[in-house]
Design a protein around this ligand. Structure first.
Ligand code: GDP
Ligand code: MN
Length: 343
């Protein structure tokens, strides 16, 4: 560069900027999908969508877990599609089975109650595999050996779509911003699936000597506790999209609370979702500033969509979603409520 006298450090810095590819600056991170072999064609379409919207530029790995061995066909076709390395794992049997302490008759009674609800059968009311899934996603996925080498994960389900380009490295954004958890959609949970979750949660915190967390202004307890009644308001991060720091999930505090909840077998007697469980724990153990609502990410998991409202943003990111379908300000969304907290 004629006329520019650069010191060694300056020229070195310049070289780094000029020659660093997105790959060199990547975070230690992976996509993560739990699915069945029968989800193959839905997940292929989703992988292509994530490639086009994000991962063709960054080449992050993708970990697939299943309670059954993945078929050769699944592995072959998914391997050919993922833009980074794909890894396929089997879930240990004991993490996808009824604990010995579950009373089967009590579980069946709970299932019948949900199926015969006067307002209509509750989704997955009598599904055992759904209960295993919710428990696994709440307290086990981050312990799987294939995830041990990573610091961050981004959960993806078969059939979901990114509706806008993500033109920056979202993992790095999390890391550089010191965020531990990012979400798009947040919602109110069906109370009938979690009648005793919050009282069990409160008792768990009490037993662990940390009751104070439920009224702490420095965490996100205001997101989950109604300040007037002191009760759960049913807000939860919709976990089919989540991006987070695995070290938080692997922390002693997260796991002590999970174990307390799990010991009551509420995942089986009721139908506790991983979303409310996750949201209660993270909202109390994470300090303000650690959770980020990713408002500009266009995302659909049927039947709900988050779609940025500003047209300029939708043009820049080539969004394909209809802003009128955006869930953010609906009464059953908790995202506008989260924003009020963070102001
Ligand atoms: P919903 O979003 O609550 O309706 O539940 P989904 O059916 O989407 O399940 C949530 C996630 O768990 C998805 O990634 C599914 O692929 C996965 N999943 C659900 N049930 C099973 C199962 O029995 N086995 C496996 N391997 N994955 C499952
Ligand atoms: Mn789903």
């Amino acid at each position: 560069l004629p006329g520019l006298a650069l010191s060694y450090e300056e020229s070195h810095h310049f070289r780094e900027i000029a020659f660093s590819s997105p790959q060199e600056a990547r975070a230690n991170a992976t996509f993560y999908t739990l699915c069945r072999n029968s989800d193959l064609f839905d997940i292929l379409e989703t992988i292509q969508n994530y490639n086009y919207r994000f991962n063709n530029r960054y080449h992050y790995d993708w970990v697939f877990l299943n309670d059954q061995p993945f078929t050769e066909e699944f592995i072959k076709l998914v391997n050919a599609s993922v833009a980074g390395e794909a890894h396929f794992g089997l879930i240990p049997k004991e993490q996808w089975s009824l604990p010995d302490s579950v009373n089967i008759a009590e579980m069946k009674r709970g299932m019948d109650k949900l199926m015969n609800d006067p307002d209509g059968a509750v989704p997955y009311g009598d599904s055992l595999s759904y209960r295993h899934m919710c428990r696994f996603e709440s307290g086990f996925f981050y312990r799987h050996e294939l995830l041990q080498r990573y610091d961050y994960f981004w959960r993806v389900e078969p059939g979901v779509r990114l509706r806008c380009e993500v033109r920056y490295d979202l993992f790095k954004y999390l890391q550089d911003g010191n965020y531990d958890y990012g979400f798009t959609i947040s919602l109110l949970e069906y109370p009938k699936t979690i009648p005793s979750l919050f009282s069990t949660f409160r008792k768990s915190l009490h037993d662990l000597g940390v009751d104070g967390l439920l009224a702490d202004p420095n965490n996100y307890s205001g997101f989950i506790v109604d300040r007037n009644t002191g009760e759960y308001n049913y807000c939860h991060f919709w976990t089919n999209f989540e991006i987070g720091n695995l070290n938080v999930f692997r922390s002693r505090q997260y796991n002590e609370i999970f174990e307390k909840l799990d010991q009551t077998n509420g995942f089986y007697y009721e139908r506790w979702g991983d979303a409310p469980v996750r949201s209660l724990i993270l909202s109390t153990i994470l300090e303000r500033g650690r959770i980020k609502r990713l408002a500009n990410i266009g995302y659909t998991h049927p039947p709900y969509t988050q779609c940025p409202r500003q047209e300029s943003l939708r043009i820049a990111d080539r969004c394909s979603c209809n802003p009128e379908t955006d869930i953010t300000e609906k009464y059953f969304s908790c995202s506008w409520y989260f924003d009020q907290l963070s102001l």
